[in-house]
Design a protein around this ligand. Structure first.
Ligand SMILES: Nc1nc2c(ncn2[C@@H]2O[C@H](COP(=O)(O)OP(=O)(O)OP(=O)(O)O)[C@@H](O)[C@H]2O)c(=O)[nH]1
Ligand SMILES: [Mg+2]
Length: 668
């Protein structure tokens, strides 16, 4: 087959027109004969009942079409910030993207967040300025905002006519001299030719260079149009085919793929969406799922001119649905053992909410339903609190909460109640802390030496684990290799740091293993004894690490948001005063006509409070936009979170629990 594969994502802020554009592309490519609409609930993507009811995309969805010799797998993503995790999972499998911007609403905070992620991941991206048929569309203003607020080098690829009218049209016009100027920024030869204006460079050569620089993510071609009327969409399709790269990968190499979406088929069977990076997977192949797991692929479907169709195999470059992988999880790398998971591009959820079944008998069913939802969206991070006998989920916001609630009602027949979401805090170590438990010492209940040091690290650096031990002291008879020992120790450390001194996740630290020893049966008579087992390391690590953490102390930090308000000029005073009462300071950025922009930084609770009061303060005219900024230490008494596991600092209780568990296992 000489077909090229292109895995293309459509991303944007909410309501920019991604699903409408997806529908339009399928129509123009001849995949569908009739064009569906989001408002009528008849599109190819947005097929979930909830998506149709609400008119928003909730889950990413794959469809496909052919453009000449390019086979495009198109992934339509949700734009609402509550569903950013869906976008996150898709980004890692893309060859290129179309970032949609509304010609009326322009560049939004979400647009900037997405553009930054696309640039970090070096994903070639075309920009599509949509809705030129709507009143208020303004191409120059949007172009300016793209350069200023997205900081992107852009090339205009088309010119809209009759902006704001239903019959607005688009002419594909590229100004060679402007194109030359932008491209010359990144190319010496073009720069020389540009400065020496006598030497003209051919249009063909400029387009070639445009494709090359687009693929290197140095420039972003900008197209104008209307997904609704179809104006300008042909030029975007040409851009997709000619300017974006196709996927590469050797179909004869060992298979390697990544899982970016999981769903349950009607019969309850798990279906994994994978992007193939190399090799070929055939039905009945046994594949490894990153860790120690293996599973047999029972069926494969690939996307061919629209929906998925059953096939015997999928090769490098393609996207497929795989059946049979019962244990598979989102983010798994198929065929590659021990590959580190991709680094998150967006912040994790900042809220959590306790969920309870209204009918106490439904408790177990609620648990299993939540577990299934977490398969599809691991960031909801279902926490089962055995102490309080309740479950909670992490959330990005109110809309996501409502969606989970409706899903539990409609798909699982569960009547549930969510408590009001509360902010998720984190803990950061304040200083260095160190602790050790030594083999054969009385205070040590386990048969191993573990010494650990915890050091504070930069904000948002996460957890890093290092080994700083004499390699001869590592129990390689248990873990085979030093790497494997280090990986296991890291896992014990990460598990422990889920609940710090105040019950919150501990992060932004480096944990170093400073001492290690194991018990040798053939040592001198006084030291003879049974060999250390991996459970000695697993159970001892929490004791040592929590001792170290207690020395380090921790600072409890809360999520803070960058908040921008647009309010009528006459209410600026009242708004700034309210922000002051919330304990923050505000700056008035600019005044445009009788609208003022006010910027401030608020805790998530303060931002919610301000949102509630905004309507009264501004006679319903004010708009609040917020983006997650980071975590800041709380002032005053730090809030504690009820632990879901026993605190290793309460030694007796901890010992009772770990020995119970071991006992339970051996008699099972
Ligand atoms: N006038 C006009 N309306 C459009 C255009 N594209 C989309 N719309 C409308 O804008 C609304 C949102 O469109 P969608 O396609 O659902 O937007 P989306 O980006 O997929 O939204 P989410 O997936 O929820 O983020 C719908 O009412 C569409 O009919 C356009 O080009 N012109
Ligand atoms: Mg959509």
């Amino acid at each position: 087959m000489s077909q090229r594969e292109l895995n293309l994502g459509i991303v944007a802020h909410v309501d920019a027109g991604k699903t409408t554009l997806t529908e339009r592309l399928l129509y123009e490519a001849g995949v569908i004969d009739e064009i569906g609409s989001v408002d009528a609930g008849t599109t190819q993507t947005d097929t979930l009942a909830l998506e149709r009811q609400r008119g928003i995309t909730i889950k990413s969805a794959v469809t496909s079409f052919a453009l000449g010799d390019v086979h495009v797998n198109l992934i339509d993503t949700p734009g609402h910030p509550d569903f950013i995790a869906e976008v996150e999972r898709v980004l890692s499998v893309l060859d290129g993207a179309v970032l949609v911007i509304s010609a009326v609403e322009g560049v939004q905070p979400q647009t900037r967040i997405l553009m930054r992620a696309l640039q970090r991941l070096r994903i070639p991206t075309l920009l599509f300025v949509n809705k030129i048929d709507r009143a208020g569309a303004d191409d120059e203003r949007v172009l300016q905002a793209i350069s200023e607020r997205l900081g992107a080098a852009v090339v205009r690829m088309s010119m809209p006519n009759g902006l704001g009218a239903r019959d607005a049209s688009v002419e594909p016009i590229v100004d060679d001299s402007a194109l030359h100027e932008v491209l010359a920024e990144n190319d010496e030869a073009l720069l020389a030719a540009f400065v020496n204006d006598g030497s003209r460079v051919s249009h063909g050569r400029l387009l070639e260079e445009l494709a090359s620089q687009t693929q290197r993510v140095l420039v972003h071609p900008v197209f104008f149009g209307s997904a609704l009327t179809g104006a300008g969409v042909d030029a975007v399709m040409t851009g997709i085919a000619e300017l974006l790269p196709s996927s590469t990968g050797d179909p004869d190499a060992a298979p390697s793929a990544s899982v970016f979406k999981i769903e349950r088929a009607q019969n309850g069977e798990k279906v994994a969406y994978v992007r193939m990076f190399s090799g070929t997977i055939r039905t009945r192949d046994r594949v490894s799922l990153g860790s120690d797991l293996e599973a047999k692929v029972t069926a494969i479907a690939v996307f061919d001119e629209g929906p998925a169709v059953q096939r015997q195999a999928v090769a490098a470059g393609g996207v497929a649905k795989l059946w049979g992988l019962g244990e598979v999880q989102i983010g798994d790398r198929i065929g590659e053992a021990g590959t580190a998971p991709a680094r998150p591009q967006f912040p994790p959820p900042t809220l959590e909410s306790v969920v309870a079944a209204r009918n106490a008998d439904d408790r177990a069913r609620l648990r299993s339903a939540l577990t299934q939802l977490a398969e599809q969206d691991p960031l909801i991070n279902v926490q089962q609190n055995e102490v309080l006998n309740e479950d909670s989920v992490s959330l990005y916001g109110e809309v996501q909460k409502e969606v989970i609630e409706s899903t539990l009602v409609t798909d699982y027949g569960l009547d549930v109640e969510f408590q009001d979401p509360t902010p998720i805090h984190i803990e950061r170590p304040r200083r260095t802390g160190e602790a050790i438990q030594i083999l054969y010492k009385d205070s040590n209940p386990f048969r191993a030496t573990v010494g650990l040091r915890i050091d504070p690290a930069a904000p948002s650096s996460g957890i890093e684990f290092r080994l700083d031990i004499d390699t001869l002291t590592a129990p390689l008879y248990l873990y085979k290799t030093l790497t494997s020992f280090s990986e296991h120790m890291e896992q014990y450390v990460r598990d422990t740091l889920r609940e710090g001194l105040y019950g919150w996740q501990v992060t932004d630290c480096v944990v170093t293993m400073t001492s290690c020893a194991y018990s040798v049966p053939d040592g001198p008579p006084s030291k003879r004894g049974p060999l250390s087992t991996s459970s000695d390391y697993r159970k001892l690590t929490p004791i040592v690490l929590m001792d170290a953490l207690e020395q380090a102390r921790t600072a409890v930090c809360e999520p803070v948001l960058q908040v921008r308000l647009e309010v009528p000029a006459e209410s600026v005073g009242a708004v700034i005063a309210t922000i002051g009462q919330l304990g923050a300071t505000a700056e008035m950025e600019s005044l445009r006509g009788d609208l003022a922009t006010v910027d401030t930084i608020l805790s998530i609770l303060a931002a919610q409070q301000l949102q509630r009061e905004l309507s009264r303060l501004t006679s319903g005219e004010g708009v609040l936009e917020s983006t997650f900024l980071g975590y800041e230490p709380v002032s005053g008494d730090p809030p504690a979170r009820q632990r879901t596991t026993v605190n290793p600092l309460h030694r007796d209780e901890y010992m009772l629990q770990v020995s119970n568990r071991a006992h339970g296992k051996s008699t099972a």
